[in-house]
Design a protein. Structure first.
Lengths: 696, 697
């Protein structure tokens, strides 16, 4: 099977054979037409496999997985489709009003700066928002009937104004989708070329603002995604692929071309989601069910949580400062990375790191590309963690003198510290920010970080991971072999996953028949979609309910036990108790209040068509001695010691499974540097992952 | 004062202060996720902070600044009431007495001591606005209350949790005194949960870093915030600025503030404010201090750690027995959204005037907003349950214009309004519309933010009716005030239309979005209880932002964009902004615009001046004499004439002219006969210096 992940700079390809051996291909991404870069990456992998060309690899591929950033790019650069919005008369301003508050996605440090805050730019210009007479109430009863002729007039106006896509979001379409369907018919008859996005299909959940925002985003990127994956599918067929590409979704799972085109919003941030999916898969192979997947790149640090092998989901993510309704792998992030800038506040003499970053251009001072601000990478270099002559496997040489000078001028002198002490301060502060974020991702949700294994991805991650792990009492850090292509690896480990859901508020105790009926409708749709995708056996269906105490707005997702289809009254009672337990686990003992009454808000269903996956190849363990891989020694600063330590440096490529290294030590790989702290130990495992045993 | 950190290495300091901030943030999220009332779960009408062992503020978290101060009073009152040997580890206290620390009884403060190694090292405190406190009117705000005893349960300090065990008897007693025990129970539980979060996190920090280090960090945080704040104050020239404001309902209640800036101190002096009222608009002293603190938070100290260091350079003078320092047993239940918001406005207004005198800080100006009206309903909902609900529309206020940009449309005040669908799911109402109100924003070179206007009608109410309470900042001079020639925003109003044709309109397949068509008898509501029957419609418009700078200097293209967006009507574009469009293309007609602006500008506006207008009203009287803003002669920004206010007569080099209120926009019609738009022009060059509403004498 073949997986291709398109990133900002590079397109990665991972080809895995039936024996579990992985071969990697890389090519530059081609923003004019990403499918070109995708094929180039496949050709590179084919070459590494000794095949004639990409056609030979594609012809032999059983499955082709793909993650693209078409939608993300369209939104970020404002190059999405010209989108019109049709909504209920009296509610045209819903998107702009945003329920008043607009600071989601604004850095905490900016929130109080009243004179500098703004709402995000409107997604749809006001003249392209059209109102129609119609009204449905909370029960789904029609209070004002829809006039198809009025709809036709409005549609013609939108098309005349250049709309390529039309989003339809009516008040209470979640209780009665009839009017949205009727509008769809009018659009379909008159302008079948227009991309349609209906709120009752894209986000059938209560709350007109979030539902409208989701529907509009979907409309905006839909035509772009649709055109791209169809073009890609065509090219792949020309080059010998038998089936259709399977496209990664942001909730971790793939879908076929048609299903993806219908729900384009699902592709947003799907590349990183593939990475987390890969972490869960690796975790299963390694028998590690509880994982914190962390990714420290140039500007952003992200963490996702995998608990009991299940990836935590977010049902109300923030996209471009708008709250939306879409199922996505849950990610906490802050502006912290190798490029984060260190600065001093002249008034207080305090050392600050981030949230501003140096970006790719000019980048850290040590890149020698004109950057003069000291960054985390500059500190890492001064401390001896990075090798100036072997950064990214030697593809970039680092200028230690520039790094020192930047830290000296901007941090050490103002604070009256030595350059090394200043670098050590930068290193400690950024690590503390990252451990604070992981604390937020675990402790705040009722998890104990010490129960987890931490996976470290991203170029800067393994330089810092053992420190931010130690701060939280985490005992094991894994740097996967596939860290540099982890999204592409995640792709080939994915299953076909459909997500369904709907708001249907029921007071507890609910009528079991009504509950089962609501689930049955979702199950029917799921079975039909899975059958259409060619799945007969190997299907998993998971039902869950979003529940809350009466009048609350934040729900908790309670999974239905297996074998309870349909749910009996008693089983439903058990579900209510599970909600109480989950509530207290999440918010603390004594926080629940059963007397307030409970309600069911949303029905959700995840349908998985399981794809056969080879086991990743493992190797026999050799001796513990890593001496054969010792490539040199250098002076390295560790906070445990006052003076720099003469520290062994190992070549990752020369390490053998079973090799062990006591700290302090440095392991250099072609893509990153792994720092083994004095109190820690490192082992290469049977899959050639490096495991850091913290404090062992 | 030395602003540098001492005694703690700067790296450790940064790490620990970051973590302390995370604690208050997490407390706030806990309140939001586990609370009951919409104020907590959606509106962000809550507060979560940490305090020093003596009750001084250690770290002010989200969200409402006034309550950060009042909770500091709450901690101090608990310390006074309970001897040290009766404050145990894992105790949780509750207090809501406005005569001790709360602003009104709906504000429930929950306060917990935090111990480490047997020693009390800190306090945590939260506030939420609970849904009901058993007052005269459902929901707490009680227009008919004339003394504190009408306004519900009042707890001077009680243990809700003792040594970690919930005192169920106390809990049940409290919820038993409310109309909504289930929801209030959740409200109390969320406060306990948030305080438990603080306790757990702080104990972990103390265990990890030790008391000595953490105490040193806490002390330094407060010290350096104070030092920098004082340095900033000192960078302004000494001066004095005043502002006035009145609530107008069944009575008129005037408030006045003078801000005196002396060296590194700020004194907010409310001398001149009216005696306290027999209606519950009165604020206790700590509430007045709290609203002043909140005004400072988003201006002079927006970027500093928020703690007691912000309080120390401030002094608040509020004469006893007045609206801003009520004496027992005066009623208070309506106060936060009436006098409270007014004080917020007064304090912001004088601060903004002060910012205007400083080259660096001038750019931080946001024209002040005196806030909105709001409403509550109570009654049986479609599920057959009795309920009380707050319409929470204030979160959609238009924000004031800025020195460099328009105000934010429906920007609110860090608060959040639930979706219309959420209201309709839980309560028996139907929204007819929820939209930006055209021409609501105060015109200006930079215009204010637009207000949201809504209308709703009872729907599926089993009893065919609901109760209602109207509250908030009453009067027509609420909303945003302009600065430097920017006009005020449209007033916030709450209007009841009884016996309308709303159902007939909808039955004829049209949405009822035109209130003229909906009809009914109209009543602008003061502070009152009202009946809301099937067929009635309640129209609400929240506050609009005031403008900044003369609207005749706004870029014509921006006016055109506003017209396209429906923010500004074509009439207002022509009459207020002086922008003319070409009839065919709807593009700006540059020549016609230039001519129109010439005609409307400066001394040439006399044709519309009040004397020549149809309403015959006598000359307007402004609150200031011989000043534009503040105490100092403000040189004219256009011609630089310093004579603008140095003249010996009352008006000096300023020419005052009065216009009908609708000169500031079509939504100002309600002010007719009661207010005039007074414009102050530079007598040398006719630049517009100030435009404001003044009462007719």
């Amino acid at each position: 099977m073949v997986g291709v992940d398109i990133g900002g700079t590079f397109t990665d390809c991972v080809a895995m054979d039936a024996g579990g051996t992985m071969t990697v291909g890389k090519a530059l991404s081609t923003p004019d037409d990403y499918s070109v870069g995708a094929l180039n990456a496949v050709r590179d992998a084919a070459g590494n496999l000794g095949l004639r060309d990409e056609d030979e690899l594609l012809a032999s591929a059983r499955l082709f997985f793909h993650a693209c950033t078409i939608g993300d790019n369209a939104l970020l650069t404002g190059s999405g489709a010209v989108t019109g919005l049709i909504t209920t008369k009296g509610f045209a301003d819903t998107l702009r009003i945003m329920r008043g508050r607009f600071t989601d996605g604004v850095p905490e440090s900016e929130i109080f700066h009243l004179s500098r805050l703004d709402k995000p730019a409107p997604m749809v210009p006001r003249p392209l928002i059209k109102e129609v007479d119609e009204r449905v109430d909370y029960k789904g009863s029609v209070l004002v009937r829809l006039d198809p002729e009025q709809v036709a007039r409005v549609v013609e106006e939108l098309v005349a104004d250049g709309a390529e896509a039309v989003a339809v979001s009516l008040i209470w379409s979640v209780a009665n989708e009839g009017h949205e369907q009727a509008i769809a018919e009018v659009v379909g008859e008159r302008h079948p070329e227009v991309f349609l996005s209906l709120s009752s299909e894209v986000a059938p959940y209560l709350g007109e603002y979030e539902r409208t925002a989701t529907t509009v985003f979907n409309a905006c990127i839909g035509p772009r995604i649709s055109a791209y994956i169809q073009r890609l599918g065509g090219r792949l067929r020309e080059h010998g692929l038998a089936g259709e590409p399977l496209i990664m979704q942001s909730y971790g799972g793939v879908l076929g071309v048609d299903a993806t085109a219908r729900n384009a919003i699902g592709t947003i941030e799907s590349g990183p989601s593939a990475g987390v999916t890969g972490s869960a898969w690796l975790g299963r192979l390694m028998d590690l069910p509880d994982i914190l997947a962390t990714d420290m790149g140039g500007t952003t640090f992200k963490v996702s949580v995998i608990r009991d092998g299940i990836i935590e989901k977010d049902y109300k993510p923030v996209l471009l400062r708008h709250q939306i309704y879409a199922t996505k792998i849950w990610v906490e992030s802050i502006g912290a990375g190798g490029g984060s800038i260190a600065w001093t506040d002249p008034k207080t003499g305090l050392l600050k790191v981030g949230p501003e970053g140096a970006g790719a251009q000019p980048g850290p001072a040590c890149y020698g590309l004109g950057g003069v601000e000291p960054t985390v990478s500059d500190a890492d270099l001064v401390l001896g963690y990075l090798n100036p002559d072997y950064f990214l496997g030697g593809r970039l040489s680092l200028d230690a003198e520039r790094a020192r000078r930047a830290i000296e001028e901007k941090v050490a002198q103002p604070l009256g510290l030595s350059v090394e002490a200043a670098a050590g301060g930068i290193y400690r502060i950024i690590n503390a920010h990252m451990s604070d974020l992981i604390r937020r991702a675990t402790v705040e949700r009722g998890y104990d970080p010490r129960d987890f294994t931490l996976f470290a991805f991203g170029g800067a991650g393994p330089v810092h991971a053992a420190r931010y792990a130690a701060e939280l009492g985490i005992r094991q850090v894994v740097v996967p072999l596939t860290a540099s292509v982890h999204s592409a690896t995640g792709l080939v480990s994915s299953d076909v996953v459909y997500q369904y859901g709907k708001s249907d508020r029921m007071q507890v105790p609910a009528d079991p028949e009504r509950v089962n009926r609501a689930f049955d409708e979702l199950v029917r749709r799921a079975r039909a979609d899975l059958a259409a995708a060619g799945f007969e056996g190997g299907v998993r269906i998971e039902r869950s309910l979003d529940m809350r105490y009466r009048y609350q707005v934040h729900e908790l997702n309670v999974v239905m036990p297996e074998g309870t289809e349909p749910l009996s009254e008693e089983e439903l009672g058990g579900v209510y108790e599970r909600f109480d337990d989950l509530y207290e686990r999440t918010y603390g003992r004594g926080s629940g209040y059963r007397e307030a009454g409970k309600e069911i808000m949303n029905f959700r269903l995840t349908a998985t068509g399981v794809l056969d996956k080879p086991r990743i190849q493992s190797y026999p363990l050799s001796s513990a001695s890593a001496d054969a891989a010792l490539k040199g020694r250098r002076k390295v600063f560790f906070e445990e010691f006052d003076a720099p330590r003469d520290t062994p440096v190992y070549d990752f490529d020369a390490l053998r499974p079973g090799n062990e290294m006591g700290g302090p030590a440095i392991i250099e790989t072609p893509v990153t540097t792994i720092v083994v702290n004095p109190a820690d130990r490192a082992v290469m495992d049977a899959y050639r992952n490096i495991r850091l045993l913290v404090g062992a | 004062m030395d602003t540098r950190i001492h005694g703690v290495d700067p790296v450790t300091f940064e790490i620990l202060s970051h973590r302390l901030h995370q604690v208050t943030r997490e407390m706030g999220i806990t309140l939001e996720r586990t609370g009951g009332t919409v104020n907590t779960t959606q509106q962000r009408d809550y507060m979560a902070s940490l305090y020093r062992p003596d009750g001084d503020i250690l770290s002010a978290g989200a969200t409402l600044g006034q309550h950060v101060v009042c909770a500091s009073y709450a901690v101090k009152r608990i310390i006074e009431r309970f001897p040290p040997d009766e404050i145990f580890e894992d105790d949780v206290f509750l207090l809501n007495d406005p005569y001790l620390a709360a602003i009104h009884q709906s504000d429930i403060y929950v306060v917990s001591p935090i111990h480490h190694g047997g020693r009390l090292v800190a306090w945590s405190a939260t506030f939420v606005h609970v849904n009901d406190v058993g007052a005269l009117s459902p929901g707490g705000d009680s227009p008919d209350a004339t003394e504190i005893f009408h306004e519900g349960l009042r707890v001077p300090g009680i243990k809700l949790v003792e040594r970690g065990a919930l005192r169920q008897d106390v809990f049940d007693t409290l919820t038993n005194m409310t109309r909504q025990p289930g929801m209030v129970g959740l409200d109390l539980k969320c406060e306990i949960a948030a305080n438990n979060v603080a306790k757990a996190r702080l104990r972990e920090m103390y265990a990890h870093y030790g008391a000595e280090l953490l105490d040193a960090v806490a002390g330094e945080m407060i010290r350096y915030t104070e030092a920098i704040f004082r340095e900033r104050i000192a960078s302004f020239e000494d001066g004095e600025w005043t502002e006035e404001m009145a609530l107008e309902a069944q009575d008129t209640w005037r408030m006045k503030v003078t801000l005196r800036k002396r060296e590194d101190r700020l004194v907010f002096d409310f001398t001149g404010t009216d005696p306290q009222a027999a209606t519950g608009v009165n604020l206790p002293f700590h509430g007045t201090a709290g609203f002043c603190f909140a005004a400072v938070l988003t201006t002079l100290v927006h970027d500093l750690p928020k703690n007691h260091g912000v309080i120390r350079p401030l002094e608040v003078i509020a004469p006893e027995g007045t609206l801003v320092n009520v004496t027992y047993p005066g009623p208070v239940s309506l106060n936060t959204t009436s006098c409270g918001f007014s004080i917020g406005f007064l304090a912001s207004s004088v601060l903004m005037q002060m910012l205007g005198t400083h080259e660096h800080w001038r750019d931080e100006i946001v024209t002040p907003n005196a806030s909105h009206r709001n409403g509550k309903h109570s009654g049986v909902n479609q599920s057959g349950r009795y309920c009380v609900f707050n319409l929470a529309h204030g979160a959609m206020d238009g924000n004031g214009a800025r020195a460099h940009a328009d105000g934010i449309d429906s920007g609110g005040n860090y608060m959040n309004c639930p979706n219309a669908e959420w209201f309709e799911l839980n309560f028996p109402v139907l929204y007819l519309f929820r939209r930006h109100a055209t021409d609501s924003a105060g015109p200006g070179r930079y215009r204010g933010g637009l207000a949201v206007e809504t209308a709703h009608t009872p729907h599926d109410a089993p009893e065919g009716r609901l109760g209602g309470v109207a509250y908030g900042v009453a009067g027509l001079r609420n909303s945003g005030h302009g600065m430097y020639g920017g006009y005020p925003g449209a007033p916030s109003v709450i209007v009841l239309r009884e016996s309308t044709r709303v159902r007939e309109v909808m039955n004829s397949d049209r949405n009822a979005v035109d209130l003229d068509e909906v009809g009914g008898t109209e009543r602008v509501l003061p502070y009152c209880n009202f009946e809301f029957n099937d067929g009635d419609v309640l129209y609400m418009r929240v506050a609009s932002g005031g403008g900044y700078g003369d609207p005749l200097t706004r870029q014509p293209d921006r006016v055109r964009a506003d017209v396209m967006d429906g923010a500004v009507s074509e009439d207002a574009a022509r009459d207020i902004y002086g922008v003319a469009f070409k009839p065919e293309t709807r593009e700006v007609d540059d020549a016609a615009t230039e001519a129109l602006r010439q005609r409307l500008g400066g001394g040439n506006g006399s044709s519309r001046e009040q004397g020549g207008a149809s309403d015959s009203v006598s000359r307007a009287q402004g609150p200031e004499s011989g000043r534009i803003d503040g105490n100092k002669p403000t040189p004219c920004p256009r011609c630089g004439s310093a004579g603008a206010s140095t003249g010996s007569g009352a008006d000096g080099g300023v020419e005052r002219r009065a216009f009908p209120p609708t000169e500031a926009g079509p939504l100002m019609g309600d002010l007719r006969g009661r207010y005039l738009l007074e414009k102050l022009y530079c007598s040398s060059c006719q630049a517009l210096l100030k435009a404001h509403m003044v009462p007719v004498t």
